[in-house]
Write a protein that binds this ligand. Sequence first.
Ligand SMILES: Nc1ncnc2c1ncn2[C@@H]1O[C@H](COP(=O)(O)OP(=O)(O)O)[C@@H](O)[C@H]1O
Ligand SMILES: [Mg+2]
Length: 279
Amino acid sequence: MGSRGCGDNGAMDEGERGRGAAGEHPLTGGNATAGVVRVGDTVRRPAGFWTPAVHALLGHLHAVGFHAAPRPLGFDAQGREVLSFAPGTVVWPDRFHLVRPRHRVVRLGRLVRDLHDALAEFRPPPGACWQELMPADGAEIVVRNDLAPWNLVASEDGAWALIDWDTAAWGTRLWDLAYAAHGFVPLSADAHWQEPEAEAGARLRVLADAYGLDEEGRRRLVPLLSLRCRAMGDFLARRAQAGVEPWLGLWRSGHGAIWRADADYAEQREPQWLAALLD
Ligand SMILES: Nc1ncnc2c1ncn2[C@@H]1O[C@H](COP(=O)(O)OP(=O)(O)O)[C@@H](O)[C@H]1O
Ligand SMILES: [Mg+2]
């Protein structure tokens, strides 16, 4: 189930990075994977020990009718993974207004529910290896683990695609949903991103309603809103201490502190979130 025997979790393969060759257009917007390029209607990304399992997952999603994800197209001559290009722009940070209206939060909640229902039917191939960055709160299904505005591409014609599946691994629906709530509500300590508390609570409720979360799920989600952020801060601290990139760079540029401040923000308001979800 885990990635024991699969490789060095979190270490990227420096040898396979794209070099900006003719016809290759660098794609920016991520902060963990160097060398992501567009070639025609495809994207090339450095592959890792987890990529075959990720491609099996993406193939499954399309086979069961979930199309808001890139199609897996194998590997190129440089050993990079090949994916279909999703037209548009990632919504964070400059196009967050595309997900801010409440009806877009409804759309997101339904999308995450459809994704989880599709993943619940996924049977990973024997020996599948996942890049399990940190332990989740359980192992119900393989989940996305990075459902965030920085991995949602929105196109001009309104199509949405969830990209960047490198960290898919065993987890729980609530673990994944708590992370999505952090990014999309958003639940942020940053004054620039923060919603007034009542609005944040209302948006959290809209997300949970659209997902179809039952009462027990709502009660269990509340503590995860902070724990999920805390897990990110602690993960970055551990990797930074061990000197592992790209996490060391993210830690140094303040990402660990941001996750921990967001964890505190969510934890201090748990009664408000619970009331918003249940009243
Ligand atoms: N399948 C795709 N379709 C369109 N753009 C993509 C796709 N995959 C990646 N990108 C672009 O490349 C950028 C970085 O890729 P991403 O896979 O998110 O890497 P990172 O691990 O650094 O977050 C994204 O912000 C997006 O602009
Ligand atoms: Mg990304």
